[in-house]
Ligand binder design. Structure first.
Ligand code: XLS
Ligand code: NI
Ligand code: NI
Length: 436
């Protein structure tokens, strides 16, 4: 055992003072006719939980994530698997997400990296079978290695493009081997610093070419899940092409990829784009492309991806409202989040997930209560009711044109004001449901 001092994490209820217990996440509790655990398919991000050790631009690791082995070896890769599965089991987490290079140390030669990936994936598969833990999604890391300094699909180097394609091929193989539900493209360096050295149109066309190749290959080898774009506006690049949900959807439609792709929306990426989390969820859902969620949160005072564990219950509630209204996710909730640098102990790893899972459990219950209460949905329905009758109905049915409306307006005099937006009253309802 790696986490010897950590018990299995149980639900103890809102009054519990035990830091190693759930206060709100009660896996089998029914919410809107479905157990919580089915509303909330949580996933562990291999890279943060088993990799990130507190390093930042100004200082080295604070946490020990060696798990008893020497880092950079296959023994360490296996120790991470052991740690990961023990961790997920103790928390009742049923999925994981990975990049290729999270699983093994990368060699210079891709043949050797792939051999290592074969070895570790066999090891992981045994654990998956034993525990019933599944893969939510896989991806290839096309941003850390110096070869990707100018991007992967968007690189000016055709050799780098080819190398990226080879990594994607293997990462799709692994995702299929694990029975993963999705395959993610996060365009980590698909963007630019200055137009002085960039052919933006060509770069975007090449990214689309790479994605088409991935879809063709994936479907050929039997991958039935969704491909996802994970939008992010900036960081590491000054300007990234998958800026936000709307931009990514436009790109996918433009290049004929929208049938195979959905979106993986990360809270902290939406807020970096100047949106709320729920905004990007809504944009995805209304286009039928809400696939999966990277559950984390940013800091309003900082301009980068801080990847904090979700704590903001309002945000989680508004997220879950979008998810419930969309009928759930095809993917799940991946904690793409890391404990803060000074939270370096094993307990912190668990307490971080307890916070995230409890925050989303609260969000789910509060969102369900808002829906059951009905006042907010009722208000929105009523707000647009003018389109259910008379001239409004004709507009929606496409029965009138500009001349008809001009004639109608001539007879109207001044239109009545559209009716109060009631923002404050609606916010009061939210608070009443949150705390009443
Ligand atoms: C980084 C991204 C990354 C993706 C997977 O900001 O969130 O972690 O989720 O490549
Ligand atoms: Ni992410
Ligand atoms: Ni991120």
């Amino acid at each position: 055992m790696i986490f010897e001092n950590i018990p299995e994490i149980k639900y103890e209820g809102a009054q519990s003072k035990n830091p190693l217990a759930f206060k709100f996440y009660d896996a089998d509790k029914m919410v809107l006719g479905k157990p919580m655990k089915e509303h909330l398919p949580f996933a562990m991000a291999w890279w943060h939980n088993l990799g990130a050790a507190g390093t930042d631009m100004f200082g080295r690791d604070t946490a020990d994530k060696s798990f008893g082995a020497v880092k950079g070896t296959m023994e360490h890769a296996k120790a991470k698997v052991d740690a990961g599965f023990e961790f997920m089991q103790k928390l009742g987490i049923r999925y994981f997400c990975f990049h290729d290079v999270d699983l093994v140390p990368e060699a210079d030669d891709i043949k050797e990296t792939n051999r290592r990936l074969d070895e570790i994936s066999d090891y992981i598969l045994v654990k998956m079978k034993k525990t019933g833990i599944k893969c939510l999604w896989g991806t290839a890391n096309l941003f850390s290695n110096p070869r990707y300094m100018n991007g992967a699909g968007s690189s000016n180097s055709a050799d780098v493009f080819a190398f990226a394609a080879a990594q994607i091929k293997k990462a799709i193989d692994l995702t299929v081997k694990f029975g993963g539900k999705g395959y993610v493209f996060w365009g980590g360096r698909e963007g630019y610093e200055t137009l002085l050295n960039t052919d933006m149109k060509f770069e975007q066309e090449n990214i689309a070419r790479l994605m088409h190749m991935a879809v063709d290959y994936g479907r050929r080898i039997g991958f039935k899940g969704d491909f996802y774009i994970e939008p992010k506006p900036k960081e590491p690049m000054k300007h990234q092409y998958d800026y936000d949900a709307a931009t990514a959807i436009g790109f996918l439609k433009n290049y004929g990829l929208d049938k195979d792709f959905k979106l993986n929306i990360e809270a902290n990426h939406a807020t970096l784009a100047g949106h709320t989390f729920e905004h990007d969820l809504r944009v995805s859902a209304m286009n039928g492309m809400l696939g999966s969620i990277d559950a984390n949160q940013g800091d309003p005072h900082l301009g980068w991806d801080t990847d904090e564990f979700p704590f903001d219950v309002y945000s989680a509630t508004f997220c879950m409202l979008e998810v419930l209204r969309a009928g759930g996710l095809t993917g799940g909730f991946n904690f793409d989040a890391k404990s803060r640098r000074p939270s370096y102990t094993q307990e912190d790893m668990f307490e971080s997930f307890i916070l995230g899972m409890d925050t989303f459990a609260l969000g789910l219950m509060k969102a369900a209560a808002i829906i059951e209460d009905g006042r907010i949905d009722g208000f929105v329905k009523e707000k647009y009711s003018g389109y259910k009758k008379g001239i409004g109905r004709k507009i929606v049915k496409g029965q009138v044109g500009l001349e008809d409306l001009a004639e109608y307006a001539d007879k109207l005099g001044a239109p009545e004001l559209p009716g109060s937006g009631k923002q404050e009253a609606l916010e009061e309802i939210v608070n009443q449901i949150m705390f009443g």
